[in-house]
Design a protein around this ligand. Sequence first.
Ligand code: FES
Ligand code: FES
Length: 159
Amino acid sequence: MSEKTITVSINGVCMTRTIEARMLLSDFLRQDLGLTGTHVGCEHGVCGACTITLDGRSARSCLTLAVQADGSEIETIEGQGSVDKLGRIQEAFRQHHGLQCGFCTPGFIMAITDLLRHHPLETDEEIREALSGNICRCTGYENIVNAVRELARERGPLR
Ligand code: FES
Ligand code: FES
């Protein structure tokens, strides 16, 4: 069994762990670090439930080996806020009823974290297109779009 020692920053905390070289980043987060807010759905890169940010850009943790993240900064849903103090994206989801069962929600929120940093999101069409990499079985997406529209508008007017 091949092992490797990696050092990563997770939600601002630096950690060093020795892991199997074949371990997926999603398993590393959930099993080794107990960060179970990152959900695993399809494990094929399709559903987006496992989305985290890796050096500021959204990434599928089910398609990433943990060793590939060595030296990187990772953000997970646990870094967004807490039950007592929701992060801004979480609060927008709460206000607009952007979740039902909540299984997809961490992945959406981490994807939106990247989108708000790097994409203009100037129209509803752009918002829908940007969210198309994440699957939700419950909401019909409309309330998620409403939440993202408000977040995008905070940065400037939508067309
Ligand atoms: S669990 Fe990673 S994309 Fe579905
Ligand atoms: S809220 Fe249930 S899958 Fe999206």
